[in-house]
Design a protein around this ligand. Structure first.
Ligand code: SAM
Ligand code: SF4
Length: 469
């Protein structure tokens, strides 16, 4: 792959962002209310509006923003939470991202790439706990070519097992060229996720001193190339802690607007991971712009309101208490039962920490997470139906098509949750979960849909699987 940035221009207006953050400070309550109302009216916010929300410091106005985000989530998306797991395929890397345990200069990292057999074992271990959706993660190295990525994804899809199979694979890997993206698309991936890490070009250059990732523009253009290759299901993200978080949120918004304007489709998901400690990585223990819990909460709410149509991912990097709290403000997907060491699901050893990219904050099992979610009234969902039925852009449809959530998302969440409960859950999760399924099914307004869901649930109880709308 030849990296060329010829003809590329950044669409991140650094000076404008700085000016907006400054000029929009101290917005009066009436403006904050108007902006929230616009978002609740399902309109994406403009940069000056997002800057106003970001700059709010008055505790009461902050509370308004949190409430607005909560209302938007409840009104549009309801109480489902989609679950997935990361699968680390290999940690070889030619880049030197200063915050990452996999960087080339980290002598403490034990390098490892799954063999074909190990990949099958990892997949089986995940299927055995009940997972249906994965994100496969790769370092950046010539051995992880587009063909290799495609082959490993295919292996996961082909790993059928008595207790089920993985039904959707998303990817988090280096940006490819258009040809490379086409190769990866050909095996039927879900979302291709690339985090810009920081949208502040100068900071980016300093923190990515070596390897292909040192080119800010090549990375920034990555999702454009994916679109050109026909992948329209894309995830953007910024790694919080490298630079001012308000600037990063503005960067995410400008990236969103760029994709909308260029391709007519915004991002499928937005991620905003905070830096976690990483083995042999001093920088990660002391990130220069650490985001406090208070700011993180505010940030999640502002992102929710700014791009109301997008999915929002919160990973197990975050500790349990934060996850529980910010879920209210618009999160649609979380990972659970995650391991981030290469090969950890099937054979954890004492070197596993050294094969990991960073340290997780939430190490509960999938079943424990599901138990807690169900107890709090969230419907855990393993739904992959839109992707498999060819309804691409599903998150946008959930948002834009009236009745879509009621017709597809809630029933599919209930069916996939029931499937989990019958095949994988502990007795305590089964009890709480069945009660939730009962009460949520009773709440379905449409008589025909309610009956249809009850019929499908009965078929599941009798042994049928993989039923969906
Ligand atoms: N190597 C590919 C890349 O850099 O795009 C993809 C995989 S990389 C393993 C996935 C993401 O992990 C990176 O984009 C980065 O945002 C995140 N990451 C790296 N170091 C981290 C740390 N110490 N804490 C939290 N997230 C980290
Ligand atoms: Fe390599 Fe990605 Fe880690 Fe950078 S973030 S060192 S590219 S694995």
């Amino acid at each position: 792959m030849k990296i060329s940035t010829e003809g590329l221009k950044s669409f991140i207006p650094t000076n404008t962002i700085n000016e907006l953050i400054e000029s929009q400070a101290h917005a009066p309550e009436s403006r904050v209310r108007d902006i929230i109302a616009k978002s609740l009216d399902k309109q994406r916010l403009e940069p000056d509006e997002t800057a106003s929300l970001l700059s709010v410091s008055d505790p009461e106005l902050k509370q308004l923003i949190l409430q607005g985000a909560h209302e938007l989530k409840e009104r549009i998306y309801g109480n489902r939470i989609v679950l997935f797991a990361p699968l680390y395929v290999g940690n070889e890397c030619v880049n030197d991202c200063v915050y990452c345990g996999f960087r080339i200069s980290n002598k403490e990292c034990v390098r490892s790439t799954l063999s074909h057999e190990q990949l099958i074992e990892e997949t089986k271990s995940l299927v055995e706990t009940g997972h249906k959706r994965l994100i496969m993660v790769y370092g950046e190295h010539p051995i992880y070519s587009p063909e290799y990525i495609a082959e490993t994804v295919q292996t996961v899809y082909d790993t059928k097992y008595s207790k089920g199979e993985i039904r959707r694979v998303n990817i988090n890997a280096a940006p490819l060229d258009v040809e490379g993206f086409r190769t990866v698309k050909s095996v039927g991936i879900g979302t291709y996720q690339i985090f810009q890490e920081t949208y502040h070009e100068e900071t980016y250059a300093r923190l990515h001193p070596r390897g292909p990732k040192s080119s800010f523009l090549w990375r920034l253009d990555g999702l454009d190339r994916a679109m050109k290759a026909g992948i329209d299901d894309l995830g953007i993200g910024a790694l919080m802690g490298l630079y001012d978080w308000k600037f990063e949120v503005m960067g995410l918004l400008y990236h969103t607007i760029h994709l909308e304007q260029t391709f007519g489709v915004g991002p499928h998901t937005i991620s905003f991971p905070r830096i976690e400690p990483a083995n042999g990585t001093d920088f990660a223990n002391h990130p220069p712009h650490r985001v406090s819990d208070e700011d993180f909460k505010h940030m999640v709410a502002v992102i929710r309101l700014s791009v109301p149509y997008t999915g929002m991912i919160l990973t197990a990097r975050e500790p349990i208490a934060i996850r529980d709290e910010v879920m209210r403000y618009g999160i649609s997907q979380i990972d659970a039962g995650s391991s981030i060491g290469v090969g950890d699901y099937s054979s954890k050893d004492e070197e596993s920490k050294k094969k990991s990219q960073f340290v997780l904050g939430d190490t509960r099992s999938l079943d424990d997470v599901i138990y807690e979610l169900a107890k709090s009234g969230y419907i855990p969902s393993f739904c992959t139906s839109c992707y498999r039925a060819g309804r691409t852009g599903e998150h946008f449809m959930e948002f834009a098509v009236p009745g879509f959530v009621k017709r597809f998302c809630t029933p599919n969440a209930l069916l996939t949750f029931a499937e989990y409960l019958y095949d994988f859950s502990s007795p305590r999760t089964l009890a709480v979960g069945m009660e939730l399924i009962e009460s949520e099914t009773a709440r379905i307004e449409d008589d025909n849909m309610r009956q249809s869901v009850r019929d499908k649930l009965a078929s599941m109880k009798a042994g049928q699987r993989d039923l969906y709308y």
